[in-house]
Design a protein around this ligand. Structure first.
Ligand code: T1G
Length: 668
């Protein structure tokens, strides 16, 4: 905390880089300064500022350590001290005022923002709700309808919108100077300045409005507990005196903060920020142009993602008709985004102006980054890289979108393996945030740093994987699919297994996933690998019969009617004892955990948090359960390991033999 007198105004500046979290030490310092201000002679008002960003709110880690609600609390003690000041206070908001940061600003008499400021209450996106007066003060500042929108969506707004809503009273390029002037004028005004807590929410229709919003939200099974609780707290803002509303908010908040979904959401927040943070001495190079080789669905999606980040793209294929088709499809996709209101016409035109589609690999010669997205076949990919190595500019990064092939073998086709890296995008590549960045044995730190930097610039999540079959995600998910296939022999049909896993939270059951991917693809991969695993007998039979899934109208399900129904021709003989739904789910989910441990033991992933990020963002694992590893920790390792041992004995499946790190847990 810095404290500085500008004549009769005291400017208090939070200085806890990088984002001024309101952790316990910061709260102690803040309280001390506010109390000092009250006793200083000649001070007519205070300005509360934060440099370079006002405040990103509470330190999420404190809600797991218990310090989040410890004295001095934000919700009562600090905001209360601001409320109790006899002199006015103004928040000078630069950068972000989010969560507790905005709640702190709301306890001031007024607010000024710089033009680039972002303001919001993101708590409901983190599995809980505002807990420092946000649900009580925000509606008093901007009305119930606007407050409800901001709290329920958790979105941040810019300074201009905040001014329009009345959340700030001024936008200024020098918010501190403007706040000093404002606090002086408030101090000299004949009328005593009112705080938000003194206002009575005078909206006769607020109550029915919230009640109907609450009913609509409750009808949707996807509505989070945080959103419902926030709506209850907003109702209190409209119907109860300020202090009673505040107490009710706190009660709801405390209960939620300790709930499993909120714990998982905080873990996801930390895991995602930690992803792609490798200890690198290298500075990432700026990628100012890109080429994508292969104009199929994946190549087009990657091109769209690059264009959206403002990077010029040339999309390359081998024949005129393929290039034309890709250009049309990409243009149509951008036009659809305009129709849906996601893109302005100017933005669309801008992106198209930076886009070219060309025949022939030579068109990639000037690109700073070249991403290969051709057919998943080692010989084809090696051939592309051999050509790229010859024509690419010397400082270009050469990336392969392979999802399972050996990146080292691809890199070995070039004379410069240090600039070869993997970028495993997920489909649709312009929507899905996950990118597995594959760090080949000879990939340089510089190449890796540039690639990670680029993925972040695309607003995606980079997770670094070392070379190994299936990298992180496919290797782990394959074992889940394998267990699902084995369970067919217990007499549980594909539909029952899918339903059990979907009700547990998986975005899509394993057999529905297989029908979407196409049953020929994994069957071909198994044949190519020359492995014969009896677990896949039925799956291989399906592929042999041409029941490939959605693309043929028949697979594990039949897609001939409006809704998919189980394939009537599919007869699966039960040869193992029946199991209940809970066991079906446990076997599939703990298969993810077992293989995750092996992936860690093999050094393919850097951390369990990275693995959880991959499974949540690439494979439909329920975010509210954190990820397979977080789920195992929450379940308790002793139970997890005991179940694996039991299945090892009862099924004889060697997969359940414990990998070294799990065996150690068992011994511990
Ligand atoms: N808690 C813990 N760590 C946080 C954090 C937070 N709230 N916000 C940021 N960090 C860490 C982040 O992990 C990273 O760490 C570093 O700070 C820089 O962040 C009572 C319940 C403000 C827009 O949800 O949106 O208030 O990687 O890399 O890109 O109601 O940070 O360096 O180790 O993201 O410039 C609500 C979340 C809390 C804001 C800046 N607040 N943060 O973006 O930097 S709940 C939020 C952000 C709450 C009250 C309650 C962004 C940012 P490391 P960064 P940035």
């Amino acid at each position: 905390m810095r404290s500085e007198r500008i004549d009769d105004v005291l400017v208090l500046t939070l200085d806890g880089p990088p984002v001024n979290l309101l952790g316990r030490p910061m709260r102690r310092a803040l309280l001390r300064e506010i109390e000092n201000a009250a006793s200083q002679a000649g001070v007519v008002g205070i300005v509360l500022a934060g440099s370079p960003t006002f405040s990103a709110g509470a330190d999420l880690a404190e809600f797991d350590s218990g310090d989040g609600l410890a004295e001095p609390t934000l919700h009562l003690t600090i905001t209360g001290a601001l409320d109790a000041l006899a002199i006015p206070s103004v928040a000078a908001i630069s950068g972000a005022a989010l969560g507790g940061g905005l709640e702190l600003a709301l306890a001031c008499t007024a607010r000024v923002a710089d033009p680039g400021a972002r303001l919001g209450l993101p708590e409901t996106t983190l599995g809980f709700m505002p807990g420092a007066g946000g649900t009580q003060r925000l509606p008093r500042a901007i009305g119930i309808e606007a407050a409800l929108d901001l709290i329920v969506t958790g979105r941040a707004i810019d300074a201009a919108t905040a001014l329009e809503l009345g959340l700030v009273s001024e936008v200024s390029a020098d918010p501190v100077a403007a706040s000093v002037a404002l606090v002086r004028s408030l101090a000299s005004s004949a009328e005593p300045s009112t705080r938000l807590r003194d206002l009575v929410l005078d909206e006769p229709l607020a109550e029915p409005f919230i009640d109907s919003a609450r009913r609509a939200a409750a009808r949707n099974p996807r509505t989070s507990a945080g959103v419902l609780a926030a709506l209850d707290a907003l109702r209190a803002a409209a119907t109860r005196p300020f202090d009673a509303g505040l107490a009710y908010e706190l009660e709801l908040f405390e209960r939620l903060a300790a709930s499993p979904p909120a714990r998982a959401a905080r873990y996801r927040f930390q895991s995602e920020r930690g992803a792609g943070r490798t200890p690198l001495g290298a500075t990432p190079a700026v990628v100012d142009s890109a080429a994508v080789i292969g104009a199929g669905t994946m190549g087009r999606g990657i091109a769209l993602a690059l264009l959206a980040a403002g990077i010029p793209v040339v999309l390359i294929d081998t024949a005129d008709d393929r290039v034309e088709a890709a250009r049309d499809a990409l243009t149509a996709e951008l036009e659809r985004s305009v129709e849906r209101g996601r893109l302005s016409t100017a933005q669309k035109d801008d992106q198209l102006a930076r886009f070219r589609a060309e025949v022939g690999i030579e068109a990639a010669a000037d690109a700073a980054l070249i991403i290969e997205a051709v057919f998943e076949n080692l010989d084809v990919k090696r051939d592309v890289f051999r050509q790229l190595d010859a024509i690419a500019r010397p400082d270009a990064v050469l990336a392969s979108n392979t999802s399972s092939l050996d990146l080292d073998l691809i890199a070995a086709a070039t004379a410069t393996p240090e600039r070869v890296v993997g970028m495993h995008f997920f489909s649709p590549a312009n929507i899905m945030r996950l990118v597995e960045v594959v760090d080949g044995t000879r990939t340089s730190e510089q190449t890796l740093a540039t690639t990670i930097g680029l993925v972040k610039r695309l607003r995606k999540l980079p997770v670094v994987a070392q070379v190994g079959p299936g990298f992180i995600g496919n290797r782990i998910f394959d074992q889940y699919i394998r267990q699902a296939n084995l369970l067919l022999r217990t007499g549980a049909g594909p539909e029952r297994i899918d339903r059990a896993l979907e009700s547990w939270g998986m975005a899509m059951g394993p057999f529905r996933v297989l029908d979407l991917v196409g049953n020929d693809i994994p069957a071909m991969a198994r044949a190519a690998a020359g492995t014969s695993d009896p677990a896949f007998a039925v799956a291989d039979d399906l592929a042999a019969r041409g029941w490939l899934g959605r693309k043929t109208g028949l697979g594990w399900y039949s897609y001939e009617g409006d809704v998919p129904v189980p394939n009537p021709g599919l007869q699966i003989e039960a040869s193992l004892p029946a199991v209940d739904d809970d066991e079906l789910v446990q076997r599939c989910v703990l298969a993810l955990v077992r293989e995750a441990a092996a992936v860690l033991d093999d050094g393919i992933a850097a951390s369990a948090a990275d693995i959880d990020t991959v499974l949540v963002h690439g494979y439909g694992f329920p975010a509210e359960r954190g990820g397979p590893w977080f789920f195992a920790e929450a379940t308790g390792w002793d139970r997890v390991v005991r179940a694996m041992r039991r299945w090892h004995e009862t099924t004889g499946d060697e997969f359940w033999a414990l990998p070294p790190s799990l065996a150690e847990r068992d011994a511990a």
